[in-house]
Design a protein around this ligand. Structure first.
Ligand code: QAP
Ligand code: CO
Length: 166
């Protein structure tokens, strides 16, 4: 296992659109392992490959209280918006350390993804799982939670994080 370096907003590499994964081989399993270690080390609940400068369509999450439920999503898609009613959640991001902002997203969605055994899965998501999965898929498309807040707030965050060294 290895810790990976997390890119910080406004690093332009966070805007890269990630490429689909062709086969779930050992290099992908190692990447997933390293991403989980990096996410736990940063006390995160979700981390997308884009954030560690690997532009492949994979993210890891663990929303369990005791951090014992790692999940790996490969080539994820939102296949259906089951309940389009927007729900607001105070989101954080390991690439935007120290800032939490309210973001509205559809409250219930159906997602598909490939698991580490290379099999396709479908799951219905609501509550925090729906929020985190939509947030992580956005990363793979080069989108960040700050894209959904006011430009005044976004520029303030950009200025504060630009002054810090990473
Ligand atoms: C995405 O984000 C998420 O500012 C995952 O100083 C989180 O794990 C989506 C973190 C919440 C929706 C709701 C943030 C750690 C972790 C920070 C994270 C920080 C340390 C963020
Ligand atoms: Co994030």
């Amino acid at each position: 296992m290895a810790l990976l370096k997390i890119l910080t907003f406004p690093d332009p590499r966070l805007r890269t659109v990630a490429e689909p994964i062709q086969s779930v081989d050992e290099s992908i399993k190692k990447l997933a392992d390293d991403m989980l270690e990096t996410m736990y080390e940063g006390s995160g609940i979700g981390l997308a490959a884009t954030q560690v400068n690997e532009h492949k369509r994979i993210f890891v999450i663990d929303i369990s209280e005791d951090k014992t439920n790692p999940m790996v999503f490969i080539n994820p898609h939102i296949v259906e918006i089951i309940d389009p009613t927007k729900k607001s959640y105070s989101e954080g991001c390991l690439s935007i350390p120290g800032f939490y902002e309210e973001v509205e997203r559809p409250s219930k969605v159906k997602a598909s993804f490939i698991n580490l055994d290379g099999q396709k899965e479908y799951i219905e998501l609501e509550d925090l799982m729906a929020v985190v999965v939509q947030h992580e898929i956005d990363h793979l498309d080069g989108k960040l939670m700050v894209d959904f807040i006011s430009s005044v707030k976004r520029e303030m965050i950009r200025k504060k994080l630009s002054k810090k060294r990473s």
